[in-house]
Design a protein. Sequence first.
Length: 136
Amino acid sequence: MPKPVRLRPLTRGEQRVLRTKLKDLSLSVRVHQRYRIIEEIRRGRRVVEAAERVGCHFTAAYDWIRRFNASGWTTFERVANPKGRPPILKAEQLRELVDVALSSPAERGLPFSAWSVPKLATYCRERRLLPPVTDE
């Protein structure tokens, strides 16, 4: 059974922000869910029930209650990973990769007339156009 987490009382300013954010249709679904979790708990619902009503897992609801208790609204609209995954190909590699794929193997001095996926992959790996990944 999850350990009980209590929502701290909201200040008037926090209540005003909450009302405003709940009406804001420009928020992403996830961000809106975070505000709704706090509202549902504030209205007296249990965490599991609030999570079901909002449409998220109860562990996420516990996380957002803890975050709110610790720092208010400051973390609610932060993007989890703003930069995303680092690219595995540089722009020059990508351009060269496209050039190779669109060319004929004969133009590149190879003894066959069409690329197969394994032949293209081997050719590109030999010229370090592809990162070292498995075919699985």
